[in-house]
Design a protein around this ligand. Structure first.
Ligand SMILES: [Zn+2]
Length: 95
């Protein structure tokens, strides 16, 4: 009888590990601007975006980047990213 309980305990541990792996991006999101992985509470902006059917991504900006880049909402982030991309394209075309 004890072997059944052992299997159940092992399954419970496995389920915990799987759910932990699945929720890692929710607990430790990556900042879109500084590309650093931080704790959830260090972010002032965080949202889920579905990239495709199976893959899930998120858009997050940490408090530090929000203060530095003066970002208050996601449209600010979008504009900042667009400007950044344009600057990168320009510097690449010069070189
Ligand atoms: Zn950041």
């Amino acid at each position: 009888m004890s072997s059944i309980f052992r299997i159940l305990a092992e399954l419970a541990i496995l389920a915990t590990i799987i759910s932990f792996i699945v929720y890692i991006p929710e607990i430790f999101p990556r900042c879109n601007l500084c590309k650093k992985i931080k704790f959830r509470w260090q972010f002032s902006l965080h949202t889920d975006i579905s990239l495709s059917l199976s893959r899930k991504g998120n858009q997050s900006v940490c408090k530090k980047c929000c203060l530095r880049e003066n970002i208050n909402n996601f449209s600010d982030l979008h504009t900042k990213k667009e400007i950044k991309n344009r600057v990168e394209y320009k510097t690449k075309s010069i070189l």
